[in-house]
Design a protein around this ligand. Structure first.
Ligand code: ADP
Ligand code: MG
Length: 386
């Protein structure tokens, strides 16, 4: 990545170095370790922030214009804080955040600057939440009105839902805003209670692998799965009126009343109920330092997403299955909404090099696609740097 100060000078004429009003914000991508397709069922998810990040190098302006150059899109875009209208392009993520902040009585000022990012765009590692949270930090730092990570996350989720128009849960923004280095973040998606779970990877690493497969099916399948969960809930509520979401359903309930659901809906509900329990079991084992069981939970999660929830793909199945047979691997699973996107693998450090060297070639031979691997560890959430 080019030095962000140099890029700033290149695109905005003068240097930001030595300009005390200029500053940098960083917001990482994230990967979910376990707890998939349960956020919209009030469940638990366990993401960690990645050492891949989006940076803004910016300088305040006297007027109400926001003027940004994205190195990933090789494009400069502007908008006025007085006329926030959709442009149907990446700047909408920044505009959406500005609109939410303005609606919430934070006075806003314009700024200009450069965005760089090594979070792959649209691979399921949350480059969208990274640009949103970085935007929120940029605006609020300029106004000297810092917000809590939880408030930043809620605001950014609202911006993505209502302005950009993507119906995402709270996990992405919360992970980007609130994760800590050497910790995974347990999010209770019902109460939004957060727990920092120590995850110091002394002898292990997390390898994230991008399958390079298209995610075209993901959006429609996501909506379909949500609808199936709602259908299952409504049918179960006839027997269990006290149940407010699938979070409240137990395996005993399913054994008793599962027959009243269509088989496909029962499979979806079963995944959700078991995945929520599995996530809590994984966290308990993580706290006890039992990475072996944690890895087994990851494998079981993939199996359930493949067989019961049916959101994997031949590529994701190949990657998870190949990984689980490699030396030093404790667990591997698809992560994110599914179909395309990434897998996440827990592996002993001494085997990482061999793993990342052999994977791309063997994957290409088997699936005729190009994979990318990142060796990662849990990283700090979004920050203003200077
Ligand atoms: P993901 O969050 O999985 O990476 P999304 O489809 O949710 O994928 O978000 C990707 C979109 O976010 C991009 O198409 C772009 O509009 C915006 N975006 C992400 N990173 C950047 C960036 N560095 N510069 C400009 N826009 C970005
Ligand atoms: Mg996204």
């Amino acid at each position: 990545m080019n030095d962000i100060n140099q890029l700033f000078t290149q695109h905005f004429g003068t240097s930001s170095n030595g300009d005390s009003s200029a500053f940098t914000v960083r917001a990482p991508g994230r990967v979910n370790l376990i707890g998939e397709h349960v956020d919209y069922n009030d469940g638990f998810v366990l993401p960690m922030a990645l050492p891949l990040e989006t940076r803004f190098r910016i300088r305040p302006r006297q007027d109400r214009t926001v003027d940004l150059y994205s190195t990933n899109f090789k494009e400069r875009r502007q908008f006025s804080l007085d006329h926030i209208e959709k442009q149907e392009t990446w700047i909408d993520y920044v505009q959406g955040v500005a609109r939410e902040l303005a609606g919430g009585s934070v006075a806003l000022h314009g700024f200009e600057g450069v965005i760089t990012s090594d979070v792959p765009v649209a691979s399921g590692l949350s480059s969208s939440a990274a640009i949103e949270v970085a935007s929120a930090l940029a605006f609020t730092h300029l106004e000297k009105q810092p917000m809590s990570p939880v408030d930043v996350a809620l605001l950014c989720q609202k911006a993505e839902n209502t302005f950009v128009g993507v119906n995402s849960g709270i996990m992405d923004q919360m992970a980007v805003a609130a994760c800590h280095a050497n910790h995974a973040l347990l999010i209770d998606c019902r109460s939004l209670e957060l727990e920092q779970v120590p995850f110091q990877l002394t002898n292990h690493a997390i390898v994230v692998t991008d399958s390079g497969a298209p995610r075209e099916l993901a959006a429609s399948a996501y909506n379909e799965r949500r609808a199936q969960c709602e259908e299952g809930l409504a049918l179960l509520q006839k027997h269990l009126p006290q149940v407010a979401s699938l979070r409240d359903v137990t395996l005993i309930d399913l054994a008793r009343y599962g027959d009243s659901l269509p088989p496909l809906v029962l499979n979806r509900v079963k995944h959700v109920v078991e995945e929520i329990a599995r996530t809590l079991r994984a966290v308990e084992n993580l706290k006890q330092g039992n990475l072996t069981v944690f890895g087994q939970c990851m494998n079981e999660s993939h199996e359930s997403l493949a067989k019961l929830y049916e959101v994997t793909s031949p590529e994701l199945d190949w990657l998870a299955s190949w990984a689980s047979k490699q030396p030093g691997v404790l667990g591997s699973r698809m992560t994110g909404a599914g179909f395309g996107g990434c897998t996440v693998t827990l592996i002993e450090k001494q085997h990482v090099e061999d793993f990342t060297q052999r994977l791309p070639q063997e994957y290409h031979t088997a699936m005729n696609r190009t994979a990318r691997c990142w060796v990662t560890e849990p990283t700090e959430g979004a920050q203003v740097l200077d």
